[in-house]
Design a protein around this ligand. Structure first.
Ligand code: MN
Length: 363
């Protein structure tokens, strides 16, 4: 069954007359076509017993057809009313629709109001959980794309490490590694690249800035690329000059936690137990209060997927699940270390998408 047919089935089982999909990532997942047309309207409308259609700005229609989408694609011009047109196309397939599904985590209230103004339909059922459950297990072709994105991240680390030098701002290192990626044809990062040096790295949600890299401190990289819609996301922390025993200790504890958690992952263990394995190591070493986020997040087409690797998530891991393993130790005013690989669960363990070595590297 194709992914679209699964949504069709779900629509049928829920007793809905159609499902209105609006999240560009969902549409990409189901059709292979990606565009995030901001204020313009892009929608995929799925019916229980009729072929779906796509609705898009006129300037996107050819690109959608080029992806091989085998069903109707309707375009609209900027001066036309997209909602009226969507309603007409729905009614061509079902003259009297009553109930519909929608993505509550994506469709804005103003757009829902627009739809309800032209269609006498109650949008009752959220398709988000179903989409998340579909996206939870990656197929072999998705794993291949994630592997390719991982190789791009490895290349980015190589170029980033080459750029590190005492006296240089973090932003220059970021610029050099992203420039190297662009020269290779890698055009999109999956999120803003992080290069943070010294105490600045103790702010895990900080941004790359004008902070200068100094000797005898660590530099934290967190980066990823997008490959055919699939992302990489990986972190490495490297040393510049010499490190004190405390800096080395923080690094080694974080690494031990990361490797032990990776080793522990296999089908049947719970998401929360993976978090605990890593957290126990950091706790025992006395740095527990400096590990201030969950161990990992699901990933695939974005870094905001499932399963979440954290306390309280009793979900059992299954082959094909993909997530990050990224313990961090952030000592305010002193240093921050994070070591991260995204992995996919295999029949008897897990495999990372990134392979940049993790022994402490001195630059
Ligand atoms: Mn991450």
């Amino acid at each position: 069954m194709t992914k679209l047919e699964q949504v069709q089935n779900w629509t049928d089982k829920q007793g809905l007359d159609f499902t209105y999909l609006s999240d560009p990532k969902t549409i990409q997942y189901l059709t292979g076509f990606f565009s995030a047309p901001v204020e313009r309207v892009l929608a995929l409308v799925v019916f229980p017993d009729k072929a779906p259609f796509m609705f898009a700005p006129a300037l996107e229609v050819e690109a959608i057809k080029d992806t091989g989408f085998p069903y109707d694609v309707y375009g609209y011009l900027d001066h036309e009313n997209p909602w009226q047109m969507i309603a007409e196309h729905v009614k061509e397939r079902n003259a009297n629709p009553k109930k519909a599904g929608l993505e509550m985590t994506n469709l804005t209230i103003s757009r829902l109001n627009e739809l309800q103004a032209v269609l006498d339909v109650s949008f009752t059922t959220d398709v988000t959980d179903f989409m998340n459950s579909m996206r939870l297990i990656k197929s072999p072709d998705e794993i291949e794309k994630l592997d390719a994105a991982g190789r791009e991240a490895d290349y980015a680390f190589q170029k980033g490490f080459e750029a590190v030098k005492a006296g240089k701002p973090e932003s220059a290192v970021m610029a050099e590694l992203e420039y190297a990626l662009k020269l290779k044809g890698v055009m999109e990062m999956s999120f803003d690249t992080l290069v943070q040096a010294g105490a600045h790295a103790a702010e895990p949600h900080g941004a790359t800035g004008s902070n200068l890299i100094k000797n005898n401190e660590m530099v934290l990289f967190d980066l990823g690329t997008v490959h055919q819609g699939y992302i990489s996301d990986s972190s490495r922390t490297v040393a510049v000059g010499k490190l004190s025993d405390k800096q080395k200790d923080i690094y080694n504890v974080c690494l031990d936690a990361q490797l032990t958690a990776m080793d522990y992952v296999k089908p049947g263990v719970t998401a929360e137990s993976v978090d605990k394995v890593a957290r126990d190591i950091i706790d025992k070493a006395g740095y527990g209060k400096y590990f201030i986020h969950r161990l990992g997040h699901g990933m695939g087409m974005s870094e905001h997927e499932f399963p979440s690797i954290m306390e309280g998530n009793k979900m059992e891991l299954k082959p094909g699940m993909c997530f990050s393993i990224e313990p961090g130790i952030y000592v305010p005013g002193f240093a921050g270390v994070r070591i991260e690989d995204c992995v996919h669960v295999t029949e008897n363990g897990c495999e990372p998408f990134t392979h940049t070595p993790k022994e402490l590297k001195y630059l």
